[in-house]
Design a protein around this ligand. Structure first.
Ligand code: NAD
Length: 496
């Protein structure tokens, strides 16, 4: 088959949550679409002493929500092999190598290997080291390393981790996952910008007043509290996902739509990202933590009541802030960003707010006739689409105007068929396309940016936590952040 990919996947953390919820279903969809067929195999590793059959049943169970025949599922699961493996034990890699070589022959995999590290980042360095020292890396085919977030805890730890990985892999063999880059509408940012003259021509500080990025979540920390306590919203969402979206919005048009040219522009624009002084960070960033609330007669617990969370936790579950790119295109245009848990609504979107016209010639026609800003909104989740707000004449006598939204939404059916982020990214990695993965030079810059805020916060204990109620739109200070600049958040959901 023409599109068929040929590779051995070795998944470290094969019994884990990510593997079951995302990786196995995504691999299966790629199988259903013919990208994976005869020449692929998967080795799942974890510490438990499982047999192949037991592991294959886990894989089958993870496909519950997907329509397929039993036969198709059984055939797919037959490509999966389990290897009990402690990633810190060198001898275990020798056994793993034997199995990898056997499967390579059996399925004619051309020595192509993809290593997926679906486990705690504490182990990334050890695994990378052993893959090289125990010669699991092949010389005949490709070797690609896919790693999950979090990539470090701050710039220093990220740099150290990077060094460990680079001792075994070249930068172009490393695929750092940021699953937001696999989302349909995040990828659509490039199409909207670079495919439309009326948009790209006005994409600068002469026409744009400010840009707002919102990643609002309705859920609390749920079972991730243990990790979240030491991370917080800044590290969990702003340093990576939000910064990546801002970068795609801010970068210059690449020479071509190739991974190399796009990366070049992303890295370039991130070099112009203003790193706040501690005083600026204190001024430009707001943090919050959700407290309990009663909604529809049901009590929602506050963050400090969650399992594995300290009763006096200082961890932020909400961040709002201002990012600025100091270059010709963006000088003077703030990128306001915010993210938080237990907010009124789950919504990921970007609002591009255009400047007002120099004057309003309709003012005389009607006293209260105000022209609103043009706003281009890119809806990322849960709706996928975009809208453009323009001013138009109200029907009838007189000359009052009103805002009208030109809307485009992908239909639910089309969205249902569109690939999941992980499915796209896995296929990209198989194709050797790193466009939608994060380069070290991007990460290093966004860590330096986040570190200043983290440092200021660690030196100034929050005294008002919890400072927003579950089901609200976050702390008041986040509204004041924009009000100070004479602006307001475009998106606002009714509190529950
Ligand atoms: P998990 O705790 O469910 O799974 C961890 C896996 O590692 C298990 O298979 C466990 O057996 C294995 N493991 C632990 N110690 C080991 C050792 N010494 N030797 C061999 N195997 C060992 O974790 P997860 O939720 O699947 O997350 C995995 C990675 O993906 C983490 O880096 C996490 O931050 C990241 N991530 C997860 C999600 C998600 O939705 N679960 C989302 C984004 C990122």
């Amino acid at each position: 088959m023409q599109n068929e990919k040929v590779a051995l996947f070795i998944i470290f953390g094969g019994s884990g949550d990510l593997a079951r919820r995302k990786l196995y279903p995504s691999l299966f969809r790629l199988y259903q679409k013919g990208y994976l067929s005869r020449h692929f195999a998967v080795i799942g590793t974890a510490r438990r002493p499982w047999e192949n059959d037991y592991y294959r049943q886990i894989v089958v169970d993870s496909l519950n929500d997907i329509q397929a025949t039993d036969e198709q599922i059984a055939e797919f699961a037959g490509h999966f092999y389990y290897q009990s493996h402690d990633v810190t034990n060198a001898a275990h890699y020798t056994v793993l190598k034997k199995l990898a070589d056997t499967l390579d022959q059996k399925y004619q995999l051309q020595h192509n290997r993809i290593y997926y590290l679906a486990m705690s980042p504490n182990f990334f360095g050890t695994i990378a080291k052993h893959l090289k020292s125990e010669q699991i890396l092949t010389t005949a085919g490709f070797n690609r390393l896919i790693i999950e977030k979090p990539f470090g805890h701050d710039y220093e730890s990220a740099a150290e981790l990077n060094q460990q990985i680079r001792a075994s892999f070249e930068e172009d063999q490393i695929y750092r996952i940021d699953h937001y880059l696999g989302k349909e509408m995040v990828q659509n940012i490039a199409a909207i910008r670079f495919g439309n003259n009326i948009i790209e021509s006005l994409w600068n500080n002469r026409y744009i007043d400010n840009i707002q990025i919102t990643l609002s979540e309705a859920l609390g920390v749920e079972e991730r509290a243990g990790y979240y306590e030491s991370a917080g919203a800044m590290r969990d969402m702003v340093q990576n996902h939000i910064s990546q979206i801002a970068t795609l919005l801010a970068m210059e048009p690449p020479v071509s739509f190739s991974a190399r040219d796009i990366r070049h522009e992303k890295i370039k624009v991130l070099r112009s990202l203003h790193i706040d002084t501690p005083e600026e960070a204190q001024h430009n960033f707001v943090r919050g933590q959700y407290g309990p609330a009663v909604i529809d007669g049901q009590r929602l617990e506050g963050y400090r009541e969650a399992n594995n969370v300290a009763s006096d936790s200082k961890t932020e579950t909400y961040v709002a802030g201002k990012m600025e790119f100091e270059n010709y295109r963006w000088a003077g245009v703030p990128f306001y960003v915010r993210t938080g848990k237990r907010l009124a609504k789950k919504e990921t979107r970007v609002d591009i707010v255009y400047k007002q016209l120099p004057t309003n010639i309709f003012k005389a026609a009607q006293d209260d006739n105000k022209l609103g800003h043009n706003i281009l909104t890119i809806f990322i989740e849960p709706t996928e689409g975009f809208s453009l707000r323009v001013n138009a004449k109200r029907l009838g006598q007189g000359f009052a105007t009103r805002p009208v939204d030109l809307n485009f939404r992908h239909s639910a059916a089309a969205t249902g068929n569109s690939p999941e982020a992980y499915e796209r990214l896995l296929l990209d990695a198989m194709n050797g396309d790193s466009t939608n993965f994060t380069h070290w030079d991007e990460l290093s810059q966004t860590w330096k940016f986040a570190d200043v805020v983290e440092k200021v916060w660690s030196e100034n204990t929050p005294t008002d936590f919890p400072n927003y109620a579950s089901g609200s739109m976050g702390p008041k200070a986040a509204d004041e952040l924009l009000a100070r600049d004479g602006r307001h958040w475009i998106f606002s959901a009714q509190p529950k």
